[in-house]
Design a protein around this ligand. Structure first.
Ligand SMILES: Cc1cc2nc3c(=O)[nH]c(=O)nc-3n(C[C@H](O)[C@H](O)[C@H](O)COP(=O)(O)O)c2cc1C
Length: 184
């Protein structure tokens, strides 16, 4: 099913301080479960609004492609992913979250993924806005329309920024950013 694009409003939706937005997916990223906090954040009354739809319905169009590329690369290697996402609601408003996604395996075979999201601290959002804007610039500057090239280049830029912030590993950078934030 082709998903209709939602027009962003640039208005921020306030998540509750202790909200925990959880979802599960099949191996292709299609939603098999969403908890009440995720439904509320996304603007749906019940699970039917999100069930069997790709997680991409949560994607804000401003977000750089590269970050999802990095996420899928980690997940496909059987690793967990931590990061910050600006997500869009059904009405076009947005919210920022700190995300943890984990592959689920049964008898050595991937059966899907579990994601949990917490409200992103204000200072982390301010920093990630700059980081993602830089990744967006790199993606825009590539004149040939080749999504894989765009992703590889912007992830390379992300890694360079992480090193400039004094970190070897991207996952340590984002986890520190979340922990230092101490809430909104
Ligand atoms: C368990 C799980 C949770 C996800 N959660 C989100 C999310 O909260 N926001 C989002 O934009 N993408 C999320 N994604 C990634 C989407 O599947 C998708 O890759 C992304 O939105 C970019 O869309 P695209 O791959 O079609 O470019 C999630 C994927 C999985 C497997």
């Amino acid at each position: 099913m082709k998903e209709r694009a939602v027009t962003p409003t640039e208005r921020e939706f306030s998540l509750r301080e202790h909200a925990l937005l959880v979802s599960r997916s099949d191996p292709n990223g299609f939603i098999t479960y969403a908890n009440r906090d995720l439904l509320e954040a996304s603007g749906y009354d019940d699970l039917h609004g999100l069930l069997n739809r790709p997680h991409r319905v949560l994607r804000h169009p401003w977000m750089p492609r590269g970050i999802y590329h990095l996420m899928w690369k980690k997940l496909k290697a059987g690793k967990e992913f931590f990061g910050f996402f600006k997500n869009i609601r059904r009405d076009g408003d947005h919210y920022w979250v700190f995300v943890h996604v984990l592959p689920e395996a049964h008898q050595g075979k991937n059966v899907g993924f579990i994601a949990s999201r917490r409200p992103a601290p204000f200072a982390a959002v301010q920093k990630m806005e700059r980081v993602y804007e830089r990744m967006n610039e790199v993606e825009r500057l590539l004149t040939t329309y080749d999504p894989l090239k765009q992703c590889t280049a912007s992830v390379e830029e992300l890694r360079a920024m992480v090193r400039r912030f004094g970190y070897e590993k991207y996952s340590h950078f984002v986890r520190d950013l979340y922990e230092e934030g101490g809430g909104r």
